[in-house]
Design a protein around this ligand. Sequence first.
Ligand SMILES: [Zn+2]
Length: 417
Amino acid sequence: MIEELYPLCRSITGQGLRQTLQTLQRYIPLRMHEVPSGTQVFDWTVPREWNIRDAYVRNSRGEKVIDFRKSNLHVLNYSIPVHLVMTLEKLKEHLFTIPEHPDWIPYKTSYYKENWGFCMRHRDYLSLEDGEYEVFIDSSLENGSLTYGELYVRGDEESEVLISCHACHPSLCNDNLSGVALAALLAQWIHSAARRYSYRFLFIPGTIGAITWLARNEENTRKIKHGLVLTGLGDSGAMTYKRSRRGDADIDRVVLHVLKHAGSTYGVVDFDPYGYDERQYCSPGFDLPVGRLSRTPYGTYPEYHTSADNLQFIRPESLGESFFRIAEILFLLESNHVYVNVNPKCEPQLGKRGIYRNTGGRVSGGVNELALLWVLNLSDGRHTLLDVAEKSGLEFGVIYEAANILYDNRLLVIRDA
Ligand SMILES: [Zn+2]
C-alpha cells in the first residue's frame, strides 16, 4: 500500500490527496468529504486548491537541472505557477537544500504565503553554473475544495474511539504514509471485528484538515472517549507516546500499560502544544483525550522531511510491531470493563467450582490464582480491569483472563460507568 501511495504528489488540497483517498477506498469503505475553498473554519479559511502537473529548471543549454518528474519533493509544495527566465543569483533566492546531507532533497511547503521555489540536493546546487535559467512551474491555485476521508464504524456503544492521521505529505514514508497505511489496516480489521466502541477514522490534511473536521463536527466530539494520532510508525526506533493534554486520560494509561509490558524500550513525552494534529484535538476548547503514537519522534531523526524518508527508511517489521501495539491498545480499551463481585463477603470457594484446577495447568507459579484474587477483591464497581492490573502489577492480559473465568462462573457481573 505504501509503495503504491508513495509516488503521489499529495498536499493539503488537490488531486494527489484525492487519489490517495481513492486508493484507500479499495481497502476500506472510506467516505470522501469536499469542503469548498473559502469556508470559514474557526479562525482559519479553507485555502484555494493546489494542483501541479509539471515543473523544472533548465540551464542555458536546455538541460533540466531540476525535474519535478524525478521527485515531487523538488517543488516547494503549494508553489504558485511561474514561467520566467532569470540569473542564477536570482534563482538561488528560491532554492532550498540541506548542506549537511548533500544527497538529500528537503521537503518544504508554503501553504499560507504565496511563493514558489525548488528543493534540491546540495551537491547539485553546488554544480550550478552561472548563466540564465528557465524556471517553469505548471501549477494552479484556484477555488476548489479541501478533501478528507472519514470512516465511521458503529459499535455497541455510541462512545467513540478516534483514530486520526495526516495524509498531506508527498513522497515521504514514515512521516505520513506509515500512519495512513496502519490506520487503513486497523480500519479494515475493526470493520470486521465485534466491537463495543464506535470508531471514527480520519485521513486528513495536517492542521487545516483537523481544524476543518472539528469545525464541522463540534457536537460529535462529545462522544469521543479515546483517541490516537498515528504517524511516524515505520522507522526502526523505539515506540514513543505523547500524552494527551489531560495527561491522565484513559488512553494515556492504556497506552503506557501496553508499552510497559511489551518487552521493548519505549519513550513517553508529556503533551506540548507543538507537533501533529493532537495540537487541534487538544486545544483548550476541545481538550479531547487524544494522544499521539509514533516511533522516533519527528524532527529528531535526520531523514525527517527529506527525500531520505523513503521506502528503504521504513521497515516492515517496525510497521508490524506498531500495528500489533495499536491492536493491543484497542483490545485493552474494548475489554476494560468494571466488574462487580457478586460474592463479596469473604472469598468465594474457588476449588469447588474447579477454577484452580482449570487454570493451574496453563500458567506456572500461581500467577492466575493471584490474578483471580485481585480481580475478586477489586471488583467493587469502582475499579476497571486496568485499575486491577496496575494495582496488582500484573499484565492486563492475565487480569483479563482471570476476569473471564470468574465471569463465566457467575462470580462477576459487568457494571460499566
Ligand atoms: Zn511532516
